[in-house]
Design a protein around this ligand. Structure first.
Ligand code: HEC
Length: 93
């Protein structure tokens, strides 16, 4: 009885892990900056927020990133993230 319960629990965890893993990996195009973005931006919400938004011009992404994180203190990381967002998520992309 207990074994069966544990088995079910393990199964549920595996299914959960696989589905959340896919969901976060699926929509984002590869590119420099993605690693930092993934780390910084998922502290508060899913990357899906970025994919689902309408896209922005560079200056708007910059403002957004500064408002939400303190990546601007690391100019290289900041540039990589803003480059990535500008390239892959321009206005109305
Ligand atoms: C300090 C918490 C926090 C961090 C870190 C954060 N966000 Fe957000 N973000 C929010 C909140 C709160 C919202 C609005 C509520 C929602 O849509 O979940 C939001 C919404 C968004 C949206 C959709 C709404 C809009 O304004 O178009 C985008 C796009 C977005 N964030 C991009 C980013 C990016 C890119 C990063 C990383 C550079 C990031 N966020 C990091 C808190 C955060």
């Amino acid at each position: 009885m207990l074994t069966r319960l544990l088995h079910r629990l393990a199964q549920a965890l595996i299914v959960f892990g696989v589905s959340t893993g896919l969901a976060s990996a699926w929509p984002m195009p590869k590119g420099e900056g993605l690693k930092t973005l993934r780390k910084e931006c998922t502290r508060c919400h899913a990357l899906r927020n970025i994919v689902n938004a309408d896209g922005r011009a560079r200056a708007e992404w910059e403002k957004h990133v500064v408002d939400m994180t303190d990546i601007e203190r690391r100019p290289e990381a900041m540039k990589a993230v803003v480059d990535y967002l500008t390239e892959h998520f321009p206005p109305g992309y």
